[in-house]
Design a protein around this ligand. Structure first.
Ligand code: NAD
Length: 294
């Protein structure tokens, strides 16, 4: 089987490399020449356009920045394919865009799946991503072996759009819970608690959550969390903001009240405008302490 991989950036580059490591034949394309050079170094055959990359491909995987990129890409490449190609979009995009992309593929007789990921660049590199897939069972069964080459867990969430829905709902929980955990540390300090004391209680009590026990926003209690290295690496605040925007777009489209999700979107908008998009999203605590530090 021949795989075309479009979008060889921070995530797509290592994902394509893991497909090669698993013995797959991969042809990749990215408009950025550094991305093509790095991918070539990992055994990916690089093409000079998306249309060239997909020639003869049985599977087309996209890992692109936004829904607009995915739809533009599908409009360009789908007409150049023969019916029967499997389309897997691993980008994080709006649920409505996932439906539009799958519709473009289906109109040409292709199977398509939205399959966004969780696990970040670390997971993409180590092939330990979690995939959340949406689309027909036939597409999921065909896609599963490829997704398992790049991740450790693959969940079929339902029909088209269900993968994106799972991704944005999960990340809405994460954004809200990170703010809640950060507020609790700031209030706890003001009330005379040490960070360690609050952590020791909340991490084994009903306040327990991933934002506290794995990605703890204060340095100290969880030595591996980004707070211990000035919030470098991890899950960038700009990407959290993107996912909160996607959740709000979906909530508006469905007429669902998500007050905390909306407030989290506002707080991350303010934080990213002030601090930039690059630091780990747990750095939002620095906007709550009053002195800009953790
Ligand atoms: P990135 O910007 O590093 O990579 C995207 C790449 O797509 C870029 O190199 C860009 O040049 C390329 N591209 C744009 N249009 C293209 C086209 N038509 N054909 C081929 N390539 C094209 O972004 P990333 O961090 O790799 O993220 C990719 C997707 O994964 C996003 O949707 C993001 O939200 C999602 N995601 C990222 C992370 C993370 O931690 N970085 C985690 C989970 C999900």
């Amino acid at each position: 089987m021949s795989i075309a991989f479009l979008g060889l950036g921070n995530m797509g580059g290592p994902m394509a490399a893991n497909l090669v490591k698993a013995g797959q034949k991969v042809t990749g394309y990215d408009p950025v020449s550094e991305a093509r050079v790095t991918a070539a170094g990992h055994g990916v055959s690089v093409a000079d356009s998306a249309v060239t990359a997909i020639a003869g491909a049985d599977v087309v995987i996209t890992m692109l920045p936004s829904g607009q990129h995915v739809l533009e890409c599908y409009r360009e490449i789908v007409p150049a394919t023969e019916p029967g190609t499997l389309f897997l979009d691993c980008s994080t995009i709006e649920v409505a865009d996932a439906h539009a992309a799958a519709g473009l593929a289906a109109a040409r007789g292709h199977l398509a799946l939205d399959a966004p990921v969780s696990g970040g660049v670390v997971g993409a590199t180590a092939a330990t991503l979690t995939f959340m897939a949406g689309g027909p069972s036939e597409a999921f069964i065909a896609a599963e072996p490829y997704l398992k080459n790049m991740g450790k867990k693959v969940v079929h969430c339902g029909e088209t759009g269900a993968g994106q829905a799972a991704k944005i709902c999960n990340n809405m929980i994460l954004g809200v819970s990170m703010i809640a955990v950060s507020e609790a540390f700031v209030l706890g300090r003001r009330l005379g608690l040490t960070d360690q004391a609050l952590f020791d209680v909340a991490s084994t009590a009903s306040g327990q959550c991933w934002a506290l026990t794995t990605n703890c926003p204060v340095p100290g209690p969880v030595p591996g969390s980004p707070a211990n290295r000035e919030y470098a690496g991890g899950f960038a605040s700009g990407l959290m903001l993107k996912d909160l925007h996607l959740a709000q777009a979906a909530a508006r489209a469905e007429g669902v009240r998500t007050e905390l999700g909306k407030h989290a979107e506002e707080l991350y908008s303010e934080f990213v405008a002030q601090d930039g998009p690059g630091r780990d999203f747990s750095a939002i605590i620095t906007s709550l302490t009053g002195d800009g530090t953790a």
